[in-house]
Write a protein that binds this ligand. Structure first.
Ligand code: LLP
Length: 427
């Protein structure tokens, strides 16, 4: 929770001034209670008497051992897409039966690792991968899903049916022969159990019709596969994509509503197509962590150019690549001057050697001076997880705050860390 006391922003009842003094800036701050609330909301509302349901946190949005522990504590499953994410989950003591392993190009080593760790579910992407997986030997059963490209694509406010047939993810729903062959390959290994299909249609989705189209498309596709193979497919994984609030223009479908919509639509297709679906999964990432995270910076210099006033901060595209990569919009405040009038329109830029290193192209602020603290909101998803060491800027620390207390969950990268893996001499 955020509040203003003595002109200063508090998150989780901790003063941002104190956080900056204690941990330095730039700093990723997560409101732990808000992450927990979002997880509990999904868990409470993605339930149905018709289906077994699983909420699978997409860890690519934000992962460190503390986050994996939080996911475990709240009883969610977790989606990983690499040996690295799998490793972090394992190190945090995450229950491997609750892992859903994704990825369009998993290496054989990664597949072997997933098997060795005892991952509960593997989502196959293509035929060659099915063959590699079926060739391994197993000590315990693994559930397998196949990622389907349903030809429904959502781009924030728009969605398009019959779009993007050339996606690198999954198998096109019309390629039923390949799909049938993948199922046979998987089933040729007794330890593998082919459970059904997966689809993910995009990220930051606001439009209910996009989810309706996804589910209807998957319903008729599953029916076709039942007819073609004479077998049943009890599980359906609908992926993630639920939106978060970045600026006041964003109005995501509330979690209870989107969960009810998904469940209702799945009940509908189950009846309409006589599918016998028994298990539904969703994979929210952004919607669980985005709003809980903010990045706190210190203002350095300011600069006036013919058409702009720049406010420079001590981080930038290295801790948040999203503005440069996706033209993502954000809101900001000066946390030490929360009640001051916003008298200027400025451009907030970072310290990287790149013209595109702009965090917010245009925003209103009080007249910023060196040493002010500036916060950018809603950086909790795909911020830390996509951070780089460009210009050898150190990856910021991550702190969780809750009930007036803070906990350093990832320490700041140090200069020593920057050369930690440098080895050997020149030739
Ligand atoms: N499941 C699958 C199979 C996915 O590919 C993704 C995201 C998710 C779940 C989670 O989606 P979410 O609920 O977070 O929207 N870097 C981009 C987002 C890339 C999303 C990739 N896949 C960004 O910063 O906007």
């Amino acid at each position: 929770m955020k509040e203003v006391k003595n002109n200063t922003l508090y998150i989780g009842n901790v003063s941002t001034k104190e956080l900056a003094a204690q941990y330095g800036t730039p700093l990723y701050i997560y409101d732990q209670a808000l992450i927990e609330q979002k997880m509990d909301d999904f868990k409470a509302h993605f339930v149905s008497s018709d289906f077994e349901t699983n909420v699978v946190y997409a860890s690519k949005a934000f992962l460190c051992t503390a986050m994996a522990k939080l996911v475990k504590k709240h009883g969610l499953y977790m989606d990983v897409v690499s040996g690295g994410e799998l490793y972090v989950a394992a190190q945090a003591g995450f229950d491997m039966r609750h892992i859903v392993f994704h990825g369009n190009n998993k290496s054989v080593q990664e597949l072997e690792m997933a098997v060795r760790y005892g991952a509960g579910t593997i989502v196959i992407d293509n035929e060659a991968e099915a063959r590699e997986l079926a060739a391994l030997s197993f000590e315990q059963k693994i559930n397998v899903l196949l990622r389907i490209n349903p030809g429904v694509e959502a781009h924030t406010h728009q969605f398009i049916v019959t779009a993007h047939v050339d996606s690198k993810f999954g198998i096109l729903k019309s390629d039923t022969e390949t799909i049938r062959s993948i199922i046979d390959t998987i089933e040729s290994n007794e330890a593998l159990s082919f459970q059904g299909f997966h689809a993910h249609i995009g990220s930051q989705i606001f439009d209910k019709n996009a989810f309706r189209a996804e589910i209807e498309t998957m319903g008729s596709f599953i029916k076709e596969m039942i007819n073609k193979t004479g077998r049943s497919f009890p599980a359906l994984d609908l992926g993630g994509g639920f939106a978060a609030v970045y600026t006041k223009e964003d109005a995501p479908i509330p979690i209870d509503e989107v969960c009810a919509l998904l469940i209702d639509q799945c009940s509908l297709i189950n009846e309409k197509y006589d599918l016998h679906l028994k298990r539904l999964m969703i994979e929210p990432g952004r919607s669980i962590v985005a709003e809980a995270g903010s990045t706190l910076y210190t203002v350095g210099f300011t600069k006036i150019t013919p058409h702009k006033k720049y406010v420079f901060v001590d981080g930038g595209m290295s801790d948040n690549i999203r503005p440069a990569l996706y033209q993502a919009a954000y809101d900001a405040d000066l946390t030490n001057r929360m009640n001051d009038k916003k008298t200027e329109t400025v451009c907030i830029a970072g310290k990287c050697c790149e013209s595109g290193d702009v965090l917010i192209e245009k925003t209103d602020l009080p007249c910023a001076v060196t040493g002010d603290q500036l916060i950018v909101y809603t950086t909790g998803a795909y911020g830390y997880s996509m951070a780089s060491r460009y210009n050898m800027l150190c990856v910021p620390a991550v702190v969780f705050v809750k009930n007036g207390r803070s906990s350093l969950v990832v320490r700041r990268q140090s200069f020593e860390d920057l050369i930690e893996r440098d080895e050997g001499d020149i030739l």
